[in-house]
Design a protein around this ligand. Structure first.
Ligand code: SR1
Ligand code: MG
Length: 441
């Protein structure tokens, strides 16, 4: 094996994984969590005592699943079980249990490729259930942002995490054969992709019974968006990219509610959670999701208490740091780990043409940065126009103030979607974002 082959085998996996049989699936309740956990190797020992000593509380605040924290005399764990429907809507919206398998499969790969994910303690495939370490004293990053707390490492770690997970799952790192096998593995996650296809790229731009917005304050804005041909052309370009560009294993829902943050005496700890929407898609989708939610926080701050300026400035710095860290780590991986079939070093470095490799990298990042801006705009707009809002904005009262914040966010969203190539960079998007704060009432 030469150096390239050794590096390639490190990231290749010949996976025998397949979607479990769910015929014995039973949804958990507070009462049935302890006897279920008692069956799993190592979990009882981690909790200590007997199942009668364990306390259970349900803490899920996401849109899809139930999440339990179980505490025993010796320790605690987190249990996440998929339901056969969408929690936010109820049993009228069925959703496959297999999302738990895709989440587990993504977590395993993310742990190997980057880290910064919760440790998996047990996976019970047929019960659609993952037992993970209980992240404490962590809180959801979105909540920290709403409280104007500053976790200085969150954005750079997110940037690094995305560089490593996206690069190392792509044709830049994997052999074409392995990458196609990986695409095949995740290709069954169609129901979760369909949620994104509808809720992000389609429903916000048409009349749909599940859409929700601040009404009547935004009624005219919503009508104008549905009539905005340029926006609808651009959003479908992005949807087409989402549907067709199997570039890397994306997290698929990389918003600030999918990141947990903690401050400890030893420093901050940042973890990326909840990759149940994982599939092979465009790299810019994850970057866009993360940046979108920081921009939403930025605009929400005007409705979240006096003197928002310093925190807004911090948020813009965080956005810049996320992209800059992503780009520099991605460039480092390009230079040191290009073991896949795309852009092979044999064409560049091995022929003494490192400059050509650097030029190819620069063009790759230019295209990716524009994709990122477009997806960021799409992800901002869906949170204001569609079914699933974000607490940053939804908790702002009165509605007139909330609507003002949302109008400004929508103004940036439109520019990012429609003018993503002209704006071109996260740095320029930040300039646009600041301008809108003064321009749009
Ligand atoms: C019906 S699920 C709504 C949203 O929640 C998740 O976090 C995803 O963002 C999805 O679009
Ligand atoms: Mg989630």
């Amino acid at each position: 094996m030469d150096g390239v082959e050794i590096a390639r085998s490190r990231h290749d996996r010949r996976s025998a994984d397949s979607v479990p049989d769910y015929s014995d699936y039973v949804p958990l309740s507070l009462e049935t969590v302890p006897p279920r956990l008692a069956h799993y190797d190592g979990i009882a020992a981690r909790l200590g005592g007997t199942p009668d000593d364990w306390s259970v509380r349900e803490v899920g605040d996401g849109n899809l699943n139930f999440v339990y924290i179980v505490e025993g005399p010796a320790g605690s764990v987190c249990v996440k079980q998929a339901l056969p429907y969408v929690r936010l809507v109820g049993e009228s919206w069925p959703l496959p249990l297999a999302r738990s398998f895709y989440e587990y499969s993504a977590l395993v790969r993310q742990a190997e490729r980057s880290g910064h994910v919760p440790e998996i303690l047990h996976f019970d495939g047929p019960q659609a259930l993952v037992v993970m370490e209980n992240l404490a004293p962590h809180i959801i990053w979105r909540k920290a942002l709403m409280a104007r707390e500053r976790h200085e490492t969150a954005a750079p770690i997110m940037g690094r995490f995305l560089a490593e997970t996206l690069f190392r799952s792509s044709d830049l790192s994997l052999s074409a054969e392995t990458k196609k096998r990986e695409i095949a593995l995740f290709s069954g996650n169609t129901a979760l992709c369909k949620i994104t296809e509808d809720l992000v790229f389609t429903d916000p731009y048409r009349d749909h019974p599940l859409n929700r917005w601040t009404s009547p304050e935004l009624d005219a804005t919503v009508a104008a968006i549905r009539a905005d041909a340029e926006w609808k052309i651009a959003i479908q370009e992005l949807k087409y990219m989402f549907l067709t560009r199997a570039e890397a294993l994306v997290h698929g829902d990389a918003h600030t509610g999918s990141v947990m943050v903690a401050k400890a005496a030893t420093g901050e700890d940042i973890r990326v959670i909840d990759p149940e929407f994982a599939f092979y898609g465009p790299m810019g989708f994850d970057l866009g999701a993360a940046i979108a939610n920081l921009f939403l926080s930025y605009y929400s701050q005007d409705g979240r208490g006096p003197d928002p300026g310093p925190y807004q400035a911090w948020l813009l710095t965080a956005i810049a740091r996320l992209w800059d860290t992503f780009a520099s780590r991605f460039a480092e991986l390009w230079r040191t780990e290009r073991t896949g079939d795309a852009y092979p070093p044999t064409l560049y470095e091995a022929q003494d043409q490192t400059d050509a490799s650097e030029a190819a990298l620069a063009r790759f990042l230019v295209r990716l940065e524009a994709d990122t801006l477009g997806f960021a705009g799409a992800k901002m707009a869906r949170r204001i126009l569609g079914l699933a809002g974000v607490a940053d904005l939804e908790t702002i009262e009165p509605a007139t103030v909330r609507a003002g914040c949302e109008r400004r966010a929508l103004a940036l969203a439109r520019r990012l979607v429609v003018d993503r190539e002209r704006i071109g960079s996260v740095a320029c998007a930040i300039v646009e974002a600041k301008g809108i704060l003064g321009e749009v009432k």
